[in-house]
Design a protein around this ligand. Sequence first.
Ligand code: ZN
Length: 92
Amino acid sequence: MHALKRRRAIDKEKNCMIIPVRCFTCGKLIGDRWEEFARRIRTGENASDILDSLGIKRYCCRRMILSNVEIIDEILRFYEEAEKRREARNLY
Ligand SMILES: [Zn+2]
C-alpha cells in the first residue's frame, strides 16, 4: 500500500508516464523522448513535426510514441482497491 502510494506520488511529481524504454520492433531508445513530445503536443504543435525534430524517423518508433496511452493512474486504482479489500478482510 505504502509503496503504491509513494510510486503514484513520484509519477505525478515528475509528470512521468510509463512508456516503453525501447521500440518493440527495432530497439531504438524512445523512452527519453516522451516527456518532450507530451509537453510540445500540449502546446498544440504538429505531432509529425515534433517526431521529425526529435529524430524519430522510422514508423515503428513513431507508433510507439503516437499510440502511447497514459493509463498507469487507472491501473493503480485497481491495486489500491484490492489492497483495501485485503485489509478489510483481515479485520474479521
Ligand atoms: Zn523502431
